[in-house]
Design a protein around this ligand. Structure first.
Ligand code: ATP
Ligand code: MG
Length: 241
């Protein structure tokens, strides 16, 4: 479903992803790990079509994702309906005047009627345990609450692929356990999960596979999650543990 072929990316002069070759099949659950600045968020932004390879190609369902394609409204809508992205920084994601409006935004963009919108918003707010915040301004809620609202707003579109950039950051321990179980259930239901994380203690049973990024911005290991996470020498060598 997802394929990166010889992908390079630079923001300015410096390459922050180098020669990335990856295939991800539907239903997989993939962790992205690596030291700060190694390129995880950049990889996830490429996946979501927020930025584009400076070299190489990215294919989603066999179609190359380019800025030209995403400028076509229809294509962009279809793509973003399938691919949900929870940003690392919730403040960059939340922009509506209330939590309700925030979660309703995506479904409305997709042209759903207000009855369906209301149902989805209420389901997702309840699921993330933030129904009590529905009339608050997203700007004025806590960091962990923002994260929950951002996740609710993405789930409201019922995407096939969930791209999560450190979804556990700022969440309390109980919330982390809850999110871990939620993501496991979503994966069991067939959703593809692609998630960067530094929170190894809280992601038990979630990931089948891991992509490891090095500080010099290469993909250095693509392997079974449990095997890598038990490989202390490797994790220490690459400043991951
Ligand atoms: N908008 C930007 N403009 C210029 N450089 C950037 C930009 N965003 C990120 N970078 C640089 O690109 C590199 C990769 O950053 P990225 O955010 O992908 O790392 P990361 O692996 O997600 O790190 P973290 O674990 O801290 O979230 C870093 O060196 C970073 O300074
Ligand atoms: Mg990051």
């Amino acid at each position: 479903m997802i394929e990166f072929k010889k992908v390079f990316f630079k923001y300015k002069d410096e390459e922050v992803l180098k020669n990335i070759n990856v295939k991800i099949a539907q239903g997989d659950s993939v962790a992205l790990i690596g030291a700060n600045g190694s390129g995880k968020s950049t990889f996830l932004k490429l996946l979501n079509g927020m930025i584009f390879p400076t070299n190489g190609s990215y294919y989603f369902n066999n179609l190359e994702i380019s800025s030209d394609k995403l400028e076509q409204g229809n294509f962009s809508k279809k793509f973003h309906k399938k691919m949900g992205f929870v940003f690392q920084n919730s403040d960059a994601q939340l922009f509506c005047s209330s939590v309700y409006e925030e979660v309703a935004f995506g479904p409305r963009q997709m042209g759903m009627d207000e009855i369906e919108v209301k149902k989805r918003v209420e389901d997702c707010l309840n699921l993330l345990n933030v129904k009590n915040l529905e009339n608050k301004e997203p700007y004025n809620i806590s960091g962990g609450e923002k994260k929950r609202v951002a996740i609710a707003s993405v789930l409201a579109l019922n995407p096939e692929v969930l791209v999560l950039d450190e979804p556990m950051s700022g969440i309390d321990p109980k919330g982390k356990k809850f999110l871990n179980n939620l993501f496991i259930e979503l994966n069991k239901a067939g959703k593809t999960i692609i998630c960067s994380t530094h929170d190894f203690e809280y992601v038990n049973g979630l990931f089948k596979r891991v992509l490891v990024f090095s500080e010099d911005h290469c993909l250095i290991r693509d392997d079974i999650y449990n095997e890598v996470i038990e490989d202390n020498d490797f994790l220490i060598k690459y400043n991951i543990k």
